[in-house]
Design a protein around this ligand. Structure first.
Ligand code: AMP
Length: 357
């Protein structure tokens, strides 16, 4: 082979690896069939992509009925995603991460995947480590609930949270060392944090930050429906005491919400500061969808108690768009569809290296 030909083939190979010269029809959007996958796959189809759902054996038949996956790959466990890596890469799939990626996959395995991945996976490390998350939010100058270092420091209402995104399962409230010792006994060995319990209304703010345009969009808001905390009000206070009912925070579903309009500037500014601060974490920072989980007090102070650095299930009520996306787009724009639109634009502009990290 002549040198010229050799370098021409090498150049072509490198361009293809960077995604340059590939068309939208060369890509397939793939995700784990859970959490917000129906929205992601539907959004991808609406934007003209082929789709793959990686589905647990026992839920395959349900996912089929929604008709949003062109192909279903059946697994016994989501951790098998790592063994599918080569197949997905050969199909030029783009993985869209969501809450189940954080819950069911080990971080180091996620980092090693060779398949295209929408988002900056470094940032997920910051999401799963509560200490790092706190540093990030501090850099962004958002108000956060206090953290108590040891059970002896407990003062006022405290929420005890376990590590890992398990949907609030097992969280409990406490107010003293004695009460804490009694309640923690059934959770032996689990890592936890002690966080000030802020009395107010929980509001989850959904954002999308485009690395292509540099713009930040408010996608919507939700409130969560958690068991049993959202139902203890159905039992009279006297009975709550007599029955020794203890609150827990297991997520069951999500409900749409609009916030009073005067809160929007501060919420947007918080989102901007969080994106800016993220750039100092690894030089690239956060992009795509994310969520600030807040509690708003009666004097309208917004405490951010957590950040999700990827799509949240709270966007699921808006498969047809939210009141906020309705303002900006003249078509139904879910967060899942917004992700697909960003990928589509990056492909058209030969800029996929900006969105696959
Ligand atoms: P999370 O799993 O972090 O989203 O938390 C589960 C639920 O616990 C939230 O929806 C809130 O209702 C509640 N929660 C979490 N942290 C706090 C806090 N610091 N103060 C008040 N409520 C909280």
């Amino acid at each position: 082979m002549s040198n010229e030909r050799y370098y021409s083939i090498l150049y072509q190979y490198k361009q293809t690896r960077k995604g340059i010269g590939l068309k939208q029809s060369d890509y397939t959007i793939a995700t784990l069939a859970s959490h917000s996958s129906l929205q992601i796959l539907k959004g991808a189809k609406d934007e003209g992509f082929k789709t793959i759902a990686i589905c647990k054996r026992d839920s395959e038949h349900v996912y089929k009925t929604f008709n949003v996956a062109d192909e279903i790959i059946v697994v016994d466990d989501f951790s098998e995603l790592t063994t599918l890596d080569k197949q997905l890469k050969d199909q030029n799939a783009v993985l869209i991460p969501h809450g189940s990626f954080v819950t069911y996959l080990q971080m180091d395995k996620l980092m090693d995947l060779k398949t295209n991945y929408f988002g900056n996976r470094n940032i997920l490390n910051w999401e799963v480590d509560r200490g790092q998350q706190r540093k990030w939010l501090s850099k962004a100058s958002v108000i956060q609930p206090k953290i108590f270092k040891t059970p002896d420091d407990i003062e006022g209402p405290v929420i005890v949270k376990f590590f890992g995104a398990a949907g609030g399962k097992g969280y409990f409230l406490t107010h003293s060392r004695e009460d804490f010792d009694r309640k923690i006994a059934q959770h032996h060995g689990k890592e936890y944090i002690l966080q000030e319990y802020v009395v107010g209304t929980p509001v989850y703010a959904h954002f999308f930050h485009s690395p292509l345009t540099g713009e930040l969009e408010i996608m919507g808001f939700d409130k969560r429906y958690e068991s049993n905390v959202d139902s203890v009000g159905r039992v009279a206070a006297k009975e709550q005491v007599e029955l020794e009912i203890e609150t827990s925070y297991t997520i069951v579903g999500n409900m749409g919400l609009v916030v009073r309009e005067s809160l929007l500037p501060e919420i947007y500014a918080m989102g901007e500061r969080v994106v800016e601060a993220s750039k100092t974490l690894d030089g690239v920072g956060l992009f795509g969808p994310f969520c600030l989980e807040t509690v708003i007090t009666p004097d309208l102070k917004m405490y951010v108690f957590e950040i999700s650095a990827r799509i949240v299930a709270g966007t699921n009520p808006y498969i047809n768009g939210s009141p906020y996306t309705d303002l900006r787009y003249n078509e139904p724009m879910s967060t899942g569809r917004r992700i697909a639109r960003e990928i589509k634009q990056a492909i058209e502009q030969n800029e996929t290296e900006k969105i696959f990290k």
